[in-house]
Write a protein that binds this ligand. Structure first.
Ligand code: PMP
Length: 435
């Protein structure tokens, strides 16, 4: 019996003892292909010697120095590297220990910004339905995932939710993708006007929606229109790239594909690639300057922010992603994976859709391929699929959700960027066996 409080008390998970490249190995010696990188974490695969060496080296020099007193060399170097490649005016980095903390820090920074510039009435947040932004209370209130929120209400923040941009589900028959994207973005303007523009502080969205929808990018033009609307009403754009960022979609920052830069950007998962818990919030110079020339003190912080070992790991990860050409290779690997999945599953009676960007792919599972009718939730398809996949030696990320009242199941694939063509074949075959 496990003494660790498990996430799911109904199952007893195998004990993971080793990680080698694309594989995890349990205490019985069974090998699992890590097809989802945990949950879009392990972009470099397991056992990367360079990252391990960087962590050991940092531990030998300095394990910890509290940020009330010090900054550190790896934190400074990592911030510089992240900014060098960041879109727009993102020019300051605030390190935290994970994705929820990054979102939490972004929300508090947005709020403090408006207080500092004398617009304290701006406190409302707009996000999207069927979204996930983390599990701490502020991040949970921001997400529009009814299932996760249900038992924790009343939630602490004033958040309203508009529809996600999901072409495959919501585009009208005669509409072009562009027209649909503009219509979806219009919901933001309508909601800002409904609430009163002077009361809204931020709009929060994932450029490519991960866990809740299964790798769904927005249509071309959607985020550009969102950016215009935010600018028109002085609403900050917060992009949550905790899952889709750090090269996963073929761009170091996922929003590059949409041609927009946010005011605040959240990253985590792939930043530490599983070697250390780390996340970050990047903010524009304008926001930073407002705090610096105002109270001069960001009213937020945790003990482990800017941790030297975590930032040393992040630095080694980002250097590996860029210097080894791994981000540059993601688009073509993603296309090969997409081809392989389509040839094995494109005609499968229970596969409704295969979509995504780069090495961030979603497979929708439906009862009826023609009508796209979902499975009855009592069938617990996602849970069954996870079990079948683990038996077949595959880790993939299954989810059951509700998209504007409609139930649905999907699996998310987010494999390491170090995959070879053989790995693509193995991954897609294991997915096909499990489905
Ligand atoms: N935002 C998004 C988009 C996520 O996918 C997640 C985690 N799945 C989070 C925030 C929260 O990150 P963490 O689990 O590291 O707190």
């Amino acid at each position: 019996m496990s003494n660790v409080f498990p996430r799911d008390t109904r199952i007893s998970p195998p004990v993971a003892v080793r990680g080698e490249g694309c594989y995890l190995i349990d205490s019985e010696g069974k090998r699992y292909f890590d097809g989802s990188g945990g949950a879009a974490v392990s972009c470099l695969g397991h056992g990367d010697a360079g990252v391990t060496a960087a962590i050991k080296d940092q531990l030998d020099r300095l394990a910890f120095a509290h940020t009330s007193f010090f900054t550190s060399e790896p934190a400074e170097a990592l911030a510089e590297l992240l900014i060098q490649h960041a879109p727009g005016d993102l020019s300051r980095v605030y390190f935290v220990s994970g994705g929820s903390e990054a979102v939490e820090a972004a929300l508090k920074l947005a709020r403090q910004y408006y207080v500092e510039i004398d617009q304290p009435e701006r406190s409302r947040i707009i996000a999207r339905r069927q979204s996930y932004h983390g599990n701490t209370l502020g991040a949970l209130a921001t997400g529009g995932n009814e299932w996760r929120r249900a038992q924790f209400g009343p939630l602490l923040l004033d958040v309203s939710h508009i529809a996600p941009c999901y072409e495959y589900r919501f585009k009208a028959e005669k509409e072009t993708a562009h027209e649909y994207g503009q219509r979806a973005a219009q919901e933001l303007e309508d909601e800002i006007l409904r609430l009163g523009p002077d009361t809204v502080m931020a709009f929060v969205a994932e450029p490519v929606v991960g866990a809740t929808l299964g790798a769904v990018p927005a249509v071309e033009g959607y985020f550009k229109r969102i950016r215009e609307i935010c600018d028109r009403y002085g609403v900050l754009l917060i992009l949550d790239e905790v899952m889709c960022g750090m090269g996963r979609t073929g761009y170091l920052y996922a929003c590059e594909a949409d041609g927009v830069a946010p005011d605040i950007l959240c990253i985590a998962k792939g930043l530490g690639a599983g070697y250390q818990p780390i996340g970050a919030m990047l903010c524009s110079g304008a926001i930073y300057d407002a705090i610096a020339s105002g109270s001069g003190f960001f009213q937020h912080g945790h003990t482990y922010i800017g941790h030297p070992v975590a930032t040393a790991a992040g630095l080694a990860v980002v250097r590996a992603l860029l210097d080894r050409g791994l981000v540059a290779g993601v688009t073509s690997l993603g296309e090969k994976l997409d081809d392989a999945l389509r040839s094995l599953l494109g005609q499968h009676p229970h596969v409704g859709d295969i979509r995504g960007r780069g090495l961030f792919r979603g497979i929708e599972l439906v009862e009826n391929r023609e009508t796209k009718a979902p499975f009855d939730p009592s069938q617990k398809i996602a849970a069954k699929l996870k079990k079948a996949a683990m038996e077949a030696g595959l880790i993939c990320y299954p989810m059951s959700g509700t998209i504007d009242g409609q139930k649905g199941d999907h699996i998310l694939l987010a494999p390491p960027f170090i995959m070879t063509d053989d790995h693509i074949g193995e991954l897609s075959e294991k997915v096909a066996i499990s489905v």
